[in-house]
Design a protein around this ligand. Structure first.
Ligand SMILES: [Zn+2]
Length: 58
């Protein structure tokens, strides 16, 4: 089973999808994507909780 994150689920129109075997790996990919594409400077605890809420298992 892997974890999936659709950037669209977090609001906005970005079609990026992240996938990883573990939550920690996926969060790393998301924060990298966020930094490059959304000018996101680090991940706050609040953001982390919101992101985790939209991550799905597949
Ligand atoms: Zn995105």
């Amino acid at each position: 089973m892997s974890k999936i994150f659709n950037c669209k689920d977090f609001g906005g129109t970005c079609n990026w999808k992240g996938q990883a075997e573990t939550l920690e790996d996926l969060l790393k990919k998301i924060s990298k994507h966020g930094a490059i594409k959304h000018n996101m400077k680090g991940m706050t605890e609040e953001m982390r909780v919101k992101i985790i809420n939209v991550i799905r298992d597949q």
